[in-house]
Write a protein that binds this ligand. Structure first.
Ligand code: DQQ
Length: 497
């Protein structure tokens, strides 16, 4: 099978998502350089074209007219031997510098990771690295850092600002603030905000922050960081608060997604409607050897709008325009769910589905859905709400018969008001599952059912009868190209219909 047919939802690769971005082949990690440019949105990602492992990082490039369908463009950045990015073009952003598309990224070399710059003169297609790279020679003198990389760049009235991710020895994660008149000469100011790795409430923020992302949202400012500690990628934390005197005073801190390392290194941008839209890297949960054999690794989340809850918590919601991916609709009739057994929803079956359901737990009871279930129950993934614990969980204990896969359970806090039903919005896409509940919490993860018949959907109740109030589901189309566009050459074209 050629790479071209293998790349987009090939039925021969049951783990390859069809409506989430994955690499053509090889490795994908962080989303980078997200930018609205005219009518289009450009998205880049950390990419190793040579294999499904993290090495020789390039920037791969995609473009979209609608944030739903994507077309691949040539690789944008590749490491240059004997240069500041000889070992890789690590994460960064794209900005509009008076009409010139400009990328600021972390060049990796024996000297560490340092800020580098590249510009495009042909509408973001090809990129020229700045001869004066690196634009910052290294970490600020006098700071004892655990690590230092990644960028967030924005413009203020008196010039550019940049954050770099870092960790302070003996302290915690830090977002280091710089300023510049021209994106090429940078002056270090101080940390915009830094954490304390010894503090565990309301959420532990580790020893180093990767991929800082800072922007206004509603009446506050938000800082999103990816928590890193001792070479482990943990989860994403969003802080909202007041930005004054070039410093952030957070008032609220919480995980952005409770799938932890499976929603990591997110980056956001402002689209032409003024929405703040974020993509995250959905890290794999299968073995490195399995990724090498499969030939690809990593997916990006669906685009989500960031919103602020009244209490300052930063929430994510899938974009409404994703409805364009819906194909066949099924409606499941409302029914009572007797406790202690599964209620099969025979109308529903599939490994690429969107499901919107309303469920009501019984008094002192639990309610949920099991998806990707095998006929004999040997594989299934459960989404379970326990009102007593006020917890929503994504239970992967039996997601796969392959015991090399990560089968830990994710748990998110979720409190429903009196009489408020559990409203689940699920996106199943082969090895990807994204769960949104009651416009409050998200749990995103990776699952690897090994059986071709692990496609059933069932509902269940525990301890007391519960109710399935409503359920709508759709089979889904591929994101690869808009079939109406005659110029699309790499569309998947719903071949499996
Ligand atoms: N991935 C990039 C780094 C970043 C990390 C390297 C986060 O720039 O800190 O591929 O996943």
């Amino acid at each position: 099978m050629s790479g071209e047919t293998h790349q987009h939802g090939d039925p021969g690769d049951p783990q390859r998502p069809i409506y989430h971005i994955t690499p053509r082949s090889g490795w994908l990690n962080d989303p980078n350089g997200l930018i609205q440019w005219g009518e289009q949105v450009h998205l880049f990602y950390q990419h190793n074209p040579h294999g499904a492992f993290h090495a020789s990082i390039h920037w791969d490039h995609l473009v979209s007219d609608d944030l739903v369908h994507w077309r691949r463009l040539p690789i944008a950045l590749a490491p240059t031997p004997d240069s500041p990015d000889a070992d890789g073009c690590w994460s960064g952003v794209a900005v509009d510098d008076g009409g010139v598309p400009t990328i600021i990224y972390s060049g990796a070399s024996a000297a560490g990771q340092r800020a580098c710059l590249a510009t495009s003169a042909d509408g973001l297609l090809s990129w020229t690295k700045f001869a004066g790279n690196p634009v910052i020679p290294g970490p600020p003198p006098g700071l004892d850092l655990v690590a230092y990389r990644d960028h967030c760049v924005w413009r203020e009235a008196d010039g550019w600002r940049m954050l770099m991710g870092a960790g302070l020895h003996g302290g915690g994660g830090a977002a280091l603030l710089y300023r510049s008149p021209d994106l090429r000469r940078w002056e270090y100011l101080h940390p915009l905000y830094s954490g304390d790795r010894h503090q565990t409430t309301p959420v532990w923020t580790g020893s180093m922050w990767e991929c800082p992302d800072f922007f206004p949202l509603g009446d506050r400012h938000v800082l999103i960081v990816s928590v890193w500690d001792h070479h482990m990628l943990h989860y994403t934390v969003a802080m909202s608060g007041r930005y004054a005197g070039q410093r952030l005073t957070p008032q609220r801190l919480a995980k952005l997604d409770y799938g932890d390392r499976h929603f990591y290194a997110p980056q956001s941008f402002r689209d032409r409607q003024g929405r703040r839209i974020v993509f995250g890297w959905l890290q794999e949960g299968c073995s490195g050897a399995a990724q090498l054999t499969r030939g690809w690794s990593g997916a990006l989340s669906l685009p989500r709008e960031l919103r602020l809850h009244a209490d300052g918590t930063v929430l994510t919601a899938p974009l409404p325009e994703l409805a364009a991916l819906r194909r066949e609709h099924r409606r499941v009739a409302a029914r009572t769910l007797p406790p202690g057994r599964l209620t099969p929803l025979d109308e529903l079956r599939g490994d690429a589905l969107e499901i919107i359901a309303e469920l009501r737990p019984g008094p002192q009871g639990v309610v949920g859905l099991a998806v990707r279930r095998a006929p004999d129950g040997s594989e299934e993934t459960r989404i379970r709400y326990d009102p007593r614990q006020q917890q929503l969980s994504l239970d992967r204990t039996h997601s796969s018969l392959d015991h090399e896969t990560d089968r830990t359970t994710h748990v998110a806090p979720l409190t429903l008001r009196d009489g408020e039903p559990l409203r689940l919005h699920l996106f199943l896409d082969r090895s990807v599952i994204e769960v949104f509940a009651n416009e409050q919490v998200a749990i995103t993860s990776r699952i690897y059912p090994s059986r071709a018949d692990s496609t059933a959907v069932t509902a269940f109740a525990e301890h007391a009868p519960a109710a399935l109030l409503a359920l709508d589901a759709w089979t889904m189309r591929s994101i690869w190209g808009d079939p109406r566009d005659p110029h699309v050459t790499n569309q998947e074209s719903d071949r499996e219909e």
